[in-house]
Design a protein around this ligand. Structure first.
Ligand SMILES: C[S@@+](CC[C@H](N)C(=O)[O-])C[C@H]1O[C@@H](n2cnc3c(N)ncnc32)[C@H](O)[C@@H]1O
Length: 432
């Protein structure tokens, strides 16, 4: 609707990578950013084709290696590790890590797929951790009474991933034009490593205000994969304060002189903050959420080309039984937040059927259940943005693209025909 095959689609909060997958399946380049290192790994793996034979070869190698002597002493740095993981599970996870490194010695798509499957053992409704439903809730202690057979689960999950790749390969073969290329291009949506005016469409679904605590859901898996993800448990915990929508550090900016957030300048946002005056922590959460999202709108307006679109899917929230019509507040704030570059073109509504919801919900606790989600369509005005500052983070990527035969400055040369070159070279690398 907003793009053609060969165009660039960027999800600035890509989560598990659905946008990237759909983009490459429709012949677009699917780019993603996410503040969460596990989400970035997951998105990249989900959108990158790996030959099913390579997955089966890895599964066979891991299976074989697990029958031999393996170092089972590696442990993550995680508070209360012994409580959350049984001794046999701790040993098995350490052995699996060693078997993955032996079975896929090179860092590349196969090894990264192996790590994602490893993480799925831990972040799951039936995690091998002594916890139930790590995806949606606090870490409720639920001890395993017997050995959950971590290696068996891993091998089954890896082979299932191989079957999913076979399906993905078949669907990719039907994609129009040359296959799109998935790529992770950054972390914080408020400061993206993407050149100004580069992408054709920004599409994303932001977190709800004060809803899922992604770092809490991912903490156990991140601890077991900290070295793979290039982080540490304390660094990840610290980073958690920067996630948009988080409740963490809500009151950090409150002072005796300023117990409630100062006005944002957007009347509709300030009205909700005022309604929450009786709950100052929540008032700060809401104020911070919309301030952060203002920075995201500004960044989306920067990276999308003139005439391109920014499309987002969003739901209203209830906070302390006060309804926050996030979509209306975004409509009110996006033009000013983007310095007039984004104009609201359309708003669509759709009903979420209860069986499709991923969030557990207790109406008595949170207020009326939200059944409608909104799709906001914003359009980047045709005017050229002002000159890009010398230190723009996009410079790094624009160099990559110049190397690939594209280049940012003379963008029209990359339109179908020209762009295909860069595209084929990347795609060729991947198909192998
Ligand atoms: C609702 S989810 C996106 C789900 C995604 N559409 C999918 O298909 O899985 C929101 C995402 O925003 C990410 N996020 C939170 N704060 C962010 C930030 N400052 N910059 C980028 N991503 C952020 C979270 O890590 C989470 O993955």
């Amino acid at each position: 609707m907003f793009t053609d095959p060969g165009d660039y689609v960027l999800d600035v909060m890509c989560g598990s990578g659905t946008t990237l997958v759909e983009a490459v399946l429709t012949g677009r380049h699917g780019w993603g950013a996410d503040i969460d290192p596990l989400a970035r790994l997951l998105a990249e793996v989900k959108a990158t084709f790996v030959a099913p034979a390579a997955v089966e070869a890895l599964a066979a190698a891991v299976e074989r290696t697990l029958t031999g002597d393996l170092d089972d002493t590696w442990r993550p740095s995680l508070p209360n590790l012994e409580r959350w993981f049984r001794a046999d599970v701790r040993r098995d996870l350490a052995r699996l890590r060693a078997a993955i490194m032996a079975g896929a010695p090179e860092d590349g798509p196969v090894r990264r797929l192996a790590w994602v499957v490893f993480s799925s053992l831990i972040v799951a409704r039936t995690s091998v951790a002594n916890a139930c439903d790590l995806v949606h809730s606090r870490h409720h202690y639920r001890p395993w009474m017997e050995d959950p057979d971590t290696p068996g689960r891993y091998l089954r999950a890896l082979r299932r991933a191989g079957r999913l790749m076979a399906d993905f390969g078949e669907r990719l073969a039907m994609a129009p034009g040359a296959p799109g290329v998935p790529r992770l291009v950054g972390d914080d949506a408020q400061a993206l490593s993407v050149a100004t005016g580069y992408v054709d469409l920004v599409f994303f679904s932001p977190p709800y205000v004060s809803a899922l605590d992604y770092p809490r859901a991912h903490m156990f898996a991140v601890a077991w994969l900290a070295d793979v993800l290039g982080t540490t448990t304390p660094a990840y915990q610290e980073r958690a304060r920067g996630y948009i929508g988080t409740d963490r550090a809500a009151l950090a900016r409150a002072t005796r002189q300023q117990p409630l957030p100062p006005p944002s300048g957007v009347e509709e946002v300030d009205a909700v903050v005022d309604e929450l005056a009786h709950a100052p922590a929540k008032a700060w959460v809401v104020a911070r959420y919309f301030a952060d999202m203002a920075a995201v709108f500004a960044e989306c307006a920067r990276v999308v080309r003139p005439g391109g679109h920014v499309v987002l899917v969003v739901c209203p929230s209830n906070i302390r039984r006060i309804r926050v019509d996030t979509h209306s507040l975004f409509v009110a704030m996006a033009p000013a937040a983007s310095k007039g570059r984004l104009v609201v073109e359309d708003t669509y509504e759709r009903t979420i059927h209860d069986h499709r919801r991923v969030m557990p919900y207790l109406e008595s606790a949170f207020g009326e259940r939200m059944r409608t989600e909104y799709v906001l369509v914003l359009r980047r005005g045709p005017d050229e943005p002002s000159a890009q500052p010398a230190s723009c983070p996009g410079e790094r990527l624009s160099v990559d693209h110049a190397e690939l035969g594209g280049g940012r400055v003379d963008r029209d040369q990359q339109r179908p025909g020209h762009r295909g070159e860069a595209h084929d070279r990347l795609a060729g690398g991947q198909a192998g």
